[in-house]
Write a protein that binds this ligand. Sequence first.
Ligand code: ZN
Length: 157
Amino acid sequence: MSKSVVTFHYTLKDPSGRLLDSSIGGQPISFLEGAGQIIEGLEKQILGVPVGAKRVIQVVAAEAYGERDDSQLQRVPRSAIPFEGELSVGDQFQAGEDQFAPVVTVAGIEGDHILLDANHPLAGVDLTFDVEIVGSRPANAEELTHGHAHGADGAPH
Ligand code: ZN
């Protein structure tokens, strides 16, 4: 079974129409089919859209960044947070040194305790993607070995 590498531009909005992210004006996104490089609910609907076509794709929260989970809220002493200076509700920072450490959001400030929310910032949010497919080609052997796309042209790296 051959797999595709699809390249697309996107603009991402929340249900109120607020712009969350966009690739317009930058590099389009490439992904290898079935490799989990983009959210599942988006990939499912992008595969099969012809090159050059534009689509509005709705992805419910459960198929995007998941539903919100209240057990991800944690009250910690202010002193446990390795960050100097003022904290405000809505501030986001990484919960560890690792570049893949989860992002946590300050959900509340209660005296000398901080309520942290480890849900993904887009958890519980239904997403709308305006996409334009700019390329689709069979994946090359190196991409299949690596398990990811090598950009629109598949150049080795
Ligand atoms: Zn690679």
